[in-house]
Design a protein around this ligand. Sequence first.
Ligand code: GLN
Length: 294
Amino acid sequence: MADAAPQIPTVWTIKALLLWTTDFLAKKGIENPKTDAQILLAHVLNCKKVDLLVNFDQQPSEADRTRFKELIHRRVAGWPVAYLVGYRDFYLLTFEVSPAVLVPRPETETLVADALAFLKSRTAPAVLDLGTGSGCIGISIAHQKKDSHVTAVDISPDALAVAKRNAAKHGVADRMTFLQGDLFAPLPSGSTFDLIASNPPYIAANEFAALASDVRDHEPRVALDGGADGLIFYRRIAAAVGPFLKPGGKLLLEIGATQDADVRALLAEHAELEVGPTLKDDAKLTRVVTAKKK
Ligand code: GLN
């Protein structure tokens, strides 16, 4: 009697798990399958991504593999990987995130880098982060510019709670003020800033359908919805920002890739503002509109 076909024992090493999962996620249309597989497995094994690569031959326990599998299923069902693990790296720090906040994006690092370059020569600058979300912009600035004071505003109390924890985690809470409210509304009257930065909601009503489902169905609508034409917050900020900027103070607004001309035109309507160069992100898309108070 012929032997049964040899069964190849499947040994689930870290390497095998990553290869299989990367392939699986790619087939399911996930955008960054390799990175996602690494982040999720590192989370399950409670180690850093780099530790996976140096321990390629280790075999995670069955319990860990089961947890990993559950996360993979939720990722395929559309959950952003940052919500599954509860954090996201941004600029130089790791930020806690939850579905109450937009996941920090690499594009926004362009804004932070320019803010820090502007603040470098200023002593004890006052900074305002409008719509702080996870706090990634304001906290990165406070962390790098040690004599700055950063005021962070958000309309969502749940987002502010996340931002406050991030500020504490990164040791900058004593140089930050957190205010709940709508744009400039919660600021004490007469407050002025060297720099005002914002990544406001900027998705237009007709763009929602085309958004990736992990963004559209899982990230907070309040952090994405920029009204009918996507420009409502730029209009409001342009109209109100003047008195809150010191003379020579800078405004940095993240924009969607097609909004440059519109946002520049909105700012140019206000005589006290001088519109500066628009910055491009790493993908060479127009991403940050700049202006200064005359
Ligand atoms: N960058 C986000 C996206 O395209 C939108 C962020 C925002 O509206 N500020 O998904």
